[in-house]
Ligand binder design. Structure first.
Ligand code: PXG
Length: 435
């Protein structure tokens, strides 16, 4: 390495470990990264759950190049450019009926903050300003900003940062290995955990609760698949009490489970839905919040020259991001990628579950093109075994993701059988070596 590594403080990274043995990628194409030394690494995680159509897709590359030359920036407040409208219209055709309005952001974290603010302001504009309480879930991940870590439930993301937002409470998580370990697809047990919301209503009163936010499938915490009927039950409790339901679809959006969104796949429509990542195939930062028409319409009151929702980002609906997103949607449509995970799910499921008998594998979970392999921690050193497996796979040409002691897989949706075999084969050897 000739480039000094000192100045860059890396995000969500063991900086000292990394800088002692750097892992760099300098090119990417299709299912593979290439390292500066010219080594090919198969991408088992779509970059970071985002490169759903695979890397360097020509249509997307060309769209970004052309857009940079044509219109580099357009002010997003009191002004706009044509592609942002075109993109919004295209997107709401993919969402479940009712989610007809879309607000643009630049990341999943910003989408979450936006959705939480929309929920609070929605209740206020309709005269229920006392609904200020936000409910998240243990083990939830909703990005790293203050709203997101407040409703989130991963302790390492919370404990360093003070009291965070007030008036937040949490549902229990749905992980129940005693009853559900090694389930293929959605677990049988746990729908009743949605009743935690009834308990919180009994504790706080529904009139104080604005919204509940959950990931339909919790990714970052280590792939927790929703128990059968759980999200339906949450939906009906929200309906009963006038509480908004927010789905954080930052990783489940854009085909990960076999339909455009988990909401379509599971037949449960939230009131607000956050996305990012696969929206632009990871090429240009962009996020979005989909809102039910009734939420949007509640804001459309008062004098017409006044701003209805005091929120937005300099780069909301950035022209480069819009061009990338439009070309991404074209690529998804041309190749049927938003439903391809359902075609591949059975093959992927069988392959992932072959890891079940290996040393220290305590659970295997899967849904669509998402897999989670949970390992027994090394006593006294939580997270270390999965980190070893991650490093071993990287050295043997496969990129996987470790979180806690779980290995997560979320490959590009263009994956073929032989890629699945390579990922699982490499992982099996790495898990065996980590015993
Ligand atoms: N919500 C969810 C459900 C996410 O998975 C975010 C929000 C935040 O998105 P941004 O774009 O602000 O990072 C995410 C991000 C992992 C991992 O290891 C997953 C994410 C981020 C970092 C690591 O699975 N997802």
């Amino acid at each position: 390495m000739t480039t000094p590594l000192d100045a860059y403080w890396m995000p969500f990274t063991a900086n000292r470990q990394f800088k002692s043995a750097p892992r760099l990628v300098s090119k990417a194409q299709g299912m593979h990264f290439t390292t500066p030394e010219g080594r090919q690494v198969l991408d088992g995680v779509a970059g970071l759950w985002c490169v759903n159509a695979g890397h360097a897709r020509p249509r997307i590359v060309q769209a970004i190049q052309a857009q940079a030359a044509e219109l580099d920036f357009a002010p997003p407040f009191q002004m706009a450019h044509p592609k942002v409208f075109e993109l919004a219209e295209r997107l709401v055709k993919l969402t479940p009926p009712g989610l007809d309005k879309v607000f643009f952001t630049n990341s999943g974290s910003e989408s979450v903050e936006t959705a939480l603010k929309m929920a609070l302001a929605y209740h206020r504009v309709r005269g229920e300003g006392q609904r200020t309480r936000l409910i998240g879930r243990e083990r939830g991940y909703h990005g790293v900003n203050f709203g997101g870590i407040s409703v989130g439930g991963m302790v390492a993301n919370r404990k360093m940062f003070g009291p965070m937002l007030g008036g937040v409470d949490h549902l229990r998580h749905t992980h129940d290995p005693a009853r559900n370990a090694f389930t293929r697809g959605q677990p049988e047990h746990g729908a009743e955990l949605a009743d935690d919301l009834e308990r919180l209503v009994a504790l706080h009163d529904a009139s104080t609760i604005a919204a509940v936010i959950v990931e339909p499938l919790a990714g970052s915490t280590g792939v927790l698949v929703p128990p059968k009927g759980y999200l339906q039950r949450l939906r009906s409790i929200c309906d009963r009490h006038g509480i908004l339901l927010i789905f954080d679809e930052v990783i489940t959006g854009f085909g990960r489970l076999g339909a455009p969104f988990a909401a379509n796949h599971l037949g449960v429509t939230p009131d607000l839905m956050t996305v990012a990542k696969g929206l632009t195939n990871g090429c240009v930062p962009m996020g979005a919040v989909f809102a039910q028409r009734f939420i949007h319409d509640a804001f459309m009151n008062g004098p017409e020259h006044l701003i209805e929702f005091f929120h937005g980002y300099t780069y909301s609906g950035h022209p480069l991001a819009c061009a990338a997103a439009l070309a991404t949607l074209d690529t998804y449509a041309e190749e049927g990628l938003l439903t391809r995970a359902s075609d591949m799910a059975a093959t992927f499921e069988s392959a992932v579950h072959t890891l079940a008998g290996l040393p220290n594998v305590v659970d295997v979970r899967n849904m669509g093109l998402v897999g989670g392999i949970e390992l027994a921690p090394i006593p006294g050193e939580p997270g270390k075994r999965a980190f070893q497996v991650f490093l071993d796979c990287w050295e043997h040409g496969v990129l996987v993701r470790n979180t806690g002691d779980t290995i997560a897989l979320s490959p590009p949706l263009i994956i073929e059988q032989h890629h699945i075999e390579q990922i699982i084969g490499t992982l099996a050897q790495a898990i065996t070596r980590a015993a």
